[in-house]
Design a protein around this ligand. Structure first.
Ligand SMILES: [Zn+2]
Length: 230
């Protein structure tokens, strides 16, 4: 078997034109990254081509069904990397410019095994944030995704009496609806003997992480949201 010339990176809904035969009006295209003779990715997002499923199948010598399945799997991996990046940013971006002591407490609080190993919290946090931002800025299978603190949204979190998340909801922009939601969240928390917390994050999944994080992480989270919305 010869080494394939392309690697399928994902599914793209934004391009409806096949970069191979020029056919238009496709429901989606497949993002293909060129590979070098050793099968390594040979390029950046700018070198990626977008083919319809049938041209991608011809280029790879695969069936269309294989192309579709591989593209779906690649896209779901990309989506998982994005979700992880949003969690990293939601936790660490607010402490990026915090005093080193606070940053270290937040980092080692989540990575206890790294304590006293010579791993520097400041460097690790910078590395994690740089990777996460690069992931969300990657345009191989679609436009860049929001990644800044200014892109955080607020979520109301209801905890049970034993500090498990009972419910998590996006806080509405509208002031009246926001108050209504806060009142009903407190009523619900009272009913179950729980409590209410508001956190800021890039999405609901990341809001989970922030809600379960230590107090210092949540303090910086609240500060960051306020600073971005004065
Ligand atoms: Zn084509």
């Amino acid at each position: 078997m010869s080494i394939p010339k392309w690697k399928i990176k994902g599914i793209v809904d934004d391009y409806d034109e096949c970069g191979c035969c020029g056919r238009r009006g496709l429901r989606r295209t497949v993002a293909l990254m060129p590979l070098d003779a050793d099968g390594n990715e040979d390029g950046t997002a700018e070198d990626v081509v977008y083919y319809g499923t049938s041209c991608a199948a011809t280029a790879l010598g695969w069936t269309q069904r294989e192309v579709s399945a591989t593209a779906r799997a690649a896209q779901s991996e990309q989506d998982e990397r994005d979700a992880y990046a949003r969690r990293v940013i939601s936790i660490y971006a607010p402490v990026e410019f915090a005093p080193v002591r606070d940053m270290a407490r937040v980092y080692y609080g989540r990575n206890a095994s790294r304590r006293d190993t010579g791993v520097k919290a400041t460097e690790e946090v910078a590395k994690l944030l740089a990777q996460a931002r690069a992931t969300l800025a990657d345009t191989t299978t679609g436009p860049a995704r929001p990644s800044g603190i200014e892109d955080f949204r607020r979520y109301v979190v209801i905890f049970t009496h034993d500090r498990q998340i009972h419910l998590i909801r996006r806080v509405p922009e509208d002031e009246f609806k926001r108050q209504e939601q806060a009142a009903s969240a407190h009523r619900r928390a009272d009913e179950i003997g729980g409590s209410v917390l508001v956190v800021a994050a890039l999405d609901a999944q990341a809001a989970h992480d922030v809600a379960y994080a230590d107090e210092l992480t949540r303090e910086w989270n609240a500060k960051a949201w306020q600073a971005a919305h004065v």
